[in-house]
Design a protein around this ligand. Structure first.
Ligand code: NAD
Length: 522
């Protein structure tokens, strides 16, 4: 199968897919305008109404699961079971979780103000939507990555522009159609096309959520900075798993096989490096090789654990990393070659890897796992942390307390013990990383900084002027000292404070009265 225009052929066998028309760049502004018109009425609805509408939208999407599964199968080459299990089937449950987060996070917050420093005042912090949020997505989970941000964006009162990857345009297009059928007209729009369309979306929106490569993420963050709009960037990963000698061998082998080969490794939080204690390696590594070599790559209609790679560029990266590891003396224990009529690649385990190999240092994003043998857990932590990335990390051991202690030392956003990366489908848990994985946060209340802005409403019921207002006089000096001493806990300062308050009020009022006399009244 030869490479072709992005998104135009099936990764499974190369048959031509129905084309998707790109949005002309000059029409992006109109889409955003339409969304902008729909947004105020949506934001004005009570939260309960928005929750109900979003749940109705998610229910409709789930009821139409056969449509989206067929699209996902066509675009990704994965099996229908996997597309349902890993993306389509979870949409309503995810929306329910997002609603829970919204109900808590959007509650107005009253602030208790110190009555000495701020007499008679009340403050309430409200949460307002940004306006129109752009969601720019990659191709590896063409549906799931959208709904992770789409639900909170809508629940917080925003309109949304979806920008699917040019490699997988149909899934995002379908989501926008379901939204159009169930939500107020214009509220969710889709802009189809490549980088130029994404760049124009960024020019028009009030906030942007980007998931994709580090190179594009840097450009997006820089431009969002210039435009002074909020931006969340979720970028690459090179996740590490640390396997200790006391782990449950069978469960650990199954778990590492799962989370390294899930979605054929095209997972930002896929395990790409496994650090194993040398003394245990000759037990663990052959068992892992047996498990991984049994996994099947989709060929036609039979059962399979893995789909093909989604596009030929990605296949090229995988092949280059494996070739580099081979040249540098690593040992390919299973896989290591293409399979099938499309962009399939056999699940691959490579032993005796070390830093300096691409397979250890760079994101591979394919069904390839590098084994690095280390003397002990300390060396494993040190090498796991010697990465540009930091999304998920995991420690596999029967000693849960030690596992937790070691997991906390991993430089990652999500530290796991005896599992990996499953929290990507939990709407209450922040999905985030460190270093070049980017500072973005998807899911949870911690993602709300992108979708909302706080507005504080302050009401002053104090009938007297605040005692520290102009003019400056000796009583203000006393007052300042008394306030300082009170905060140090010197209770006698309260008497000093009380003794000057009424004098300060008189002095300030006199200033106001003089001003009133000076200025003509109308
Ligand atoms: P990519 O950066 O090439 O493209 C991502 C999206 O950005 C696409 O929709 C693309 O059209 C758009 N785009 C490209 N140039 C743009 C520009 N100048 N302005 C605006 N938009 C532009 O990434 P990809 O190859 O589609 O995705 C793979 C990467 O995504 C991997 O590195 C993977 O680790 C990462 N990823 C990260 C997460 C996470 O949560 N951290 C999740 C999934 C994927």
């Amino acid at each position: 199968m030869s490479p072709s225009a992005p998104g135009s052929i099936s990764p499974l066998d190369g048959h031509v897919l129905e084309p998707v028309v790109s949005t002309p760049v000059e029409e992006v502004a109109d889409l955003v305008l339409e969304a902008r018109r729909a947004q105020p009425a949506w934001a004005a609805q009570p939260l309960n109404a928005r929750c109900k509408a979003v749940l109705g939208f998610a229910r409709a999407a789930l009821e139409r699961h056969e449509e989206i599964v067929a699209i996902l199968v066509a675009e990704t080459g994965r099996s229908a079971l996997e597309c349902g299990l890993n993306e389509a089937n979870g949409i309503l449950e995810y929306a329910r979780g997002a609603v829970q987060v919204a109900r808590k996070a959007l509650k107005p917050e009253r602030v208790r103000l110190n009555p000495v420093a701020f007499p008679g005042k009340r403050a309430v912090i409200e949460t307002l939507p940004r306006g129109v949020v752009g969601i720019i997505a990659p191709w590896n989970y063409p549906l799931g990555i959208f709904f992770k941000s789409l639900f909170p964006a809508l629940l917080t009162g925003n309109a949304v522009i979806l920008k699917p990857s040019e490699h997988t345009p149909r899934s995002g297009g379908w989501l926008a159609r379901v939204a159009a059928d169930t939500l107020p007209p214009g509220l969710v729009q889709v802009a189809q096309g490549g980088g130029a369309v994404g760049a124009e979306v960024l020019e028009q929106v009030d906030a942007v959520v980007f998931t994709g490569s580090v190179a594009t993420g840097r450009r997006i963050a820089a431009r969002a900075g210039e435009r002074l709009i909020p931006c969340s960037v979720e970028l690459g990963g090179k996740d590490a798993a640390i396997v200790l000698s006391d782990c449950d061998l069978g469960r650990t082998v199954a778990g590492i096989a799962q989370w390294s080969m899930h979605n054929a490794g095209q997972n930002c939080a896929g395990i790409e490096r496994v650090f194993v204690e040398e003394a245990f390696a000759d037990t663990f590594v052959p068992a892992l090789a047996r498990a991984i070599s049994r996994l099947r790559v989709a060929q036609g209609t039979g059962d399979s654990e893995l789909g093909p790679l989604q596009n030929s560029q990605q296949l090229g990266i995988v092949e280059a990393h494996v070739a580099d590891a081979r040249e540098q003396g690593a040992q390919v224990l299973c896989g290591g070659s293409r399979v099938g009529a499309g962009w399939g690649y056999l699940p691959t385990l490579i032993d005796h890897c070390r830093p300096g190999m691409k397979i250890v240092d760079e994101e591979t994003f394919g069904p390839v796992l590098a084994v690095v043998r280390v003397p002990d857990a300390e060396a494993a932590i040190e090498q796991a942390n010697a990465s540009r990335y930091g999304l998920n990390g995991s420690v596999w051991t029967r000693d849960l307390a030690r596992g937790e202690e070691l997991a906390r030392r991993l430089e990652v956003g999500i530290a796991n013990v005896n599992n990996h990366s499953f929290s990507g489908i939990v709407p209450q848990i922040p999905w985030t990383g460190v270093k070049e994985t980017g500072p973005g946060v998807a899911a949870s209340r911690f993602s709300y900084g992108t979708f909302t802005r706080p507005r504080t409403v302050l009401v002053d019921r104090n009938r007297q002027p605040d005692p520290f207002w102009f003019p400056v006089d000796a009583h203000l000096v006393t007052l300042a000292g008394a306030v300082r001493d009170l905060s140090l806990g010197t209770l006698s300062a309260a008497f000093r404070l009380l003794s000057v308050l009424s004098r300060r009020t008189r002095a300030i009022r006199a200033l106001g009265d003089e001003m009133n006399e000076d200025s003509p009244r109308t």
